[in-house]
Structure formats: C-alpha cells, structure tokens
Design a protein around this ligand. Sequence first.
Ligand code: TEU
Ligand code: CA
Length: 536
Amino acid sequence: MQEKWWHNAVVYQVYPKSFKDSNGDGIGDLPGITSKLDYLAKLGITAIWLSPVYDSPMDDNGYDIANYQDIAAIFGTMEDMDELIAEAKKRDIRIIMDLVVNHTSDEHAWFIEARENPQSPERDYYIWRDEPNELESIFSGSAWQYDEKAGQYYLHFFSKKQPDLNWENEELRQKIYEMMNFWIDKGIGGFRMDVIDMIGKIPDEKVVNNGPMLHPYLKEMNQATFGGKDLLTVGETWGANPEEAKKYSNPEGQELSMVFQFEHICLQYQEGQPKWHYQKELNVGKLKEIFNKWQTELGVEDGWNSLFWNNHDLPRIVSIWGNDREYREKSAKAFAILLHLMRGTPYIYQGEEIGMTNYPFETLDQVEDIESINYAKEALEQGVPLEQIMDSIRVIGRDNARTPMQWDETKNAGFSDGQPWLAVNPNYEAINVQEALENPDSIFYTYQKLVNIRKENSWLVRADFELLETAEKVFAYIRKDGDCRFLVVANLSNQKQEFAVEESITSVLIANTDVKATIEQLTLAPWDAFCIELAK
Ligand code: TEU
Ligand code: CA
C-alpha cells in the first residue's frame, strides 16, 4: 500500500458554535478557534475537522448552507477563515472542511430561484413532486413539504429548511465541484462529507442510501476535484459494511480516503427502533464482534476506516457507555486506550480529551437541537409522557455533545464573556482544560500520549489485529507486525475481571492503572486499561 499522511493522522473535531467565543456574543467563532490552536498543537493532533462555518440561517447549526463560499457572520469573515487555515498550517495542522451537499438551506439562492421560477435551471437542482410518498424525514414527519410558491412538494430528508439536492442534474454536480475547488485552492486539508451515502437516492423507489449512482458520482467528484491531490476525504456512511467501505476507500477505486461507519455506535439503539429508544447498557460482547469484523475484514490493502466514539450528533461516550460518576476519568481513559491503538484514523471530538459528560437537561426549553425538538413535538402529540421524552434527550440527544467547551473554572467555563447560546454543563468547575493541563494524570495526557504512540509506531498502520478470548466484559487484542507486538487490554465494566495471557511484559506504553510485572494472571480493577509492548 502507498502510505499517506492521513494513515498516521489523528483528527480533532471542532463544533464551532461551542468551541470558543472571541467577542462575547455567546457563540463560538473562527477567531476563537484560532486562539486555541496552541492548545490543539499541544494535544498533538494533525488535522481539524471543522463542522460547517458557511453562511447559514442555522436551522441545523450550519448543516443548512445558504452560501458555500461565504462564512456565517456569527462565525466571522472569510479573512478569519484564511487566518485560521494559515495559523493552523504554521503548527502543521490541516483544516478539513465539512462538505454538506446532500441538501442546502431553503435560503440558498438556488432554492429561492427554484421555488419561484419553474422554468429556471435551478428548479431541477432539487426534487419536486406533485404528490408525496411515504418517505419520512430523519427529523420526524414526512420527507415532503408542500411549497405554496412552487405549487409542488419538495423532498427534505432533514428539516424543512434543508431541501435535498438532485444529484442527477449534471449542471448542479459541476457547480458543487467548482465550489469544492474553491476551497481546495485555499489550501485546506480535505473534506468530511455529510450523509454522502444519500446522494444516489431514488425517491420514487424509496431508495435512500447506497443508490446505484452513489459510487459513479464519487468517482466523478474525485476526478473533478481532489483526485491526485494529497487530501483527506472521509464520508459519513451510516450503514456501510466492510464490503461497502472497500468501495469507498480502496485506493484503486479513486473515491475517498476513508469512511465513518456507525455499526458500533448503533449498539446505543434498540434494534429496529428509533434512536430515542436508546440502549444504554453496553453489550461488550457485540462491541468486540463488531470491531473484530472491521479490523480483520477491511484489510490494509482494501481501504481505510476511521475510529471514533463521539461526534456532534452523539452522546458523550463517558456518559453513555462509561461511568461518568465514580469512574469518569478511568472509563474515559479506557475508551481512549482501547480505540486509538486499532487500525484506522482516530478522531477526537472536542471535550472528549477532558472527559466532558452529557448535560442534565430537565426542561424542553433548555434544548436547542432541531432533531430533539421535532421529536419531542411529535412524541407529545402521540401522548408520550414528557418525562420519558426528557429521559431520551438526556441520554441520547445531540445537545449533549454541543454544550460549550469547558476551558477553565471562571464564569461560563471560560467559553464566553456573554450568555452562551446553550447552557454550560454545571460540572465545569471540576472538568475543564485548565485543570486537565495542570494535572499530569489527567485524561488529556492520556490522549496526548496516545497521539504520540501512533506517531512513534507507524507500523500500527499495517499491523494485524487479533482479538483475544477473554471474560465477556474484557476487551483485549494484539496488534502485530513482524517482531513488533502490542497487547491492549480494557476492562469495560464497573466490576473486577480476571485476565490471563502467557506473555511477559517488556514495557508498559500507556495505562490508567498500575500494571504488575507479570500478566499471566491478573485481576483487573473496574475500567483498568493498558497497552504493553510484548517481548520480541
Ligand atoms: O448527520 C446525519 C444523520 O443522519 C444524523 O441526523 C443522525 O442520524 C442523527 O443525528 C443521529 O443522532 C449529519 C450531520 O452530522 C448532522 O449534524 C446533520 O444534522 C445532518 O447530517 C444533516 O445535515
Ligand atoms: Ca462569537
């Protein structure tokens, strides 16, 4: 295989609205991000995935784009964006832009023209029908919205303010590629592609994901834009299996660098149920099965995967699967150690590196996320008790990931001098960056060390993965490349567990516990996790 910079990268996701406010309006912004680059450089990350900062009415916090080549005023200006790219580059950090091209905002000039002028070329950039079918929006209700002006229904798989684009229109595709080249010319490091597996949809046949034209479009996009350039491209592909992932990421296929697949995350939901019927208790057996499948079936010659527990749509890992009370630090470190030594590119979501937790939402007016709000309205109409709705939102709602970044113990956690747009978690006095940097034992330094271990052991890119037979709640594996061998062990439970393997320890690379001189027979305390180098 040809090794690329992104095989060895660690990416940090920034959700701009919640990262750092520079001007006291309570909303994070681009100068705020630039002011924290030294912090990110200290963590050691190679790239930032920047959630959308484009001009937008913010119905879905920027995933509804009104102008792809302009910056939302709340985030700053194009000069601020250029400055962020340049300042990041000085620190060897690349900026990965969020590419949201399954839909636009209904305030995009294309849609305004399309709805007002049936004869315009833009009309066909969107998907119009005289009658709706049964397709449902991911944000509740029908996926079709009647438009008075247009006299037809348009398709929107997300909010009503996010009309789906019609990828069958060749002119539209060319416009998207031109826009991508505009950003590539600015010197960005790549693209994260929002719900990219939906662009090949055939609404009349109720085909939504993985439509037949999906891969042809991606090949066309690759040739027209980033192909041949040294960029990281990652597709958000919820339902991909290893075979699908190969189609996207096999270098010969000339599509993307890697995918985000969510099979492990789907263990947070009850099978076949909407996410609001969450499944809080982690099934470690299933988790092992899923990772084992991906680590062994997506070979290093076949393609590439990403590794993540968190993003801006998901609950905090330490709250849903860890123990955010008596074992907050330990369980946060255990999930980090377990994940970052696997094959794939690790992603860290802002605040994960200090063990930020879910927010104790109590009332609906504390909630800002359109997905949660639409769900709550629909569920209330159906007679679901409010307390049950709030329980779902507390455990699995997207705002859990979006509360302001906790920088220090001062007012508003040092996020803003003004009133933050979403409440700061009340635990910020104990959980914040300043505290983490001062404490050599903090979760932050576990992440920093993991980033370094990957940098210093580039054989981890190629190494085989072998899952060990262990007690149910213990997840243990060996990475092996020639003489080099790492053993990773994590107890994913609140109980003691027994672990044994006939090996002697050469050196402990990282641990959240004291590892004894022999591991032939070991009693693991709750959430113990470590990586040791095995003798050659
Ligand atoms: O998410 C895709 C998506 O399907 C999510 O809505 C997901 O199912 C849900 O949030 C899980 O809780 C992407 C973005 O990451 C998300 O923020 C956007 O809202 C969505 O696309 C529309 O652009
Ligand atoms: Ca601001």
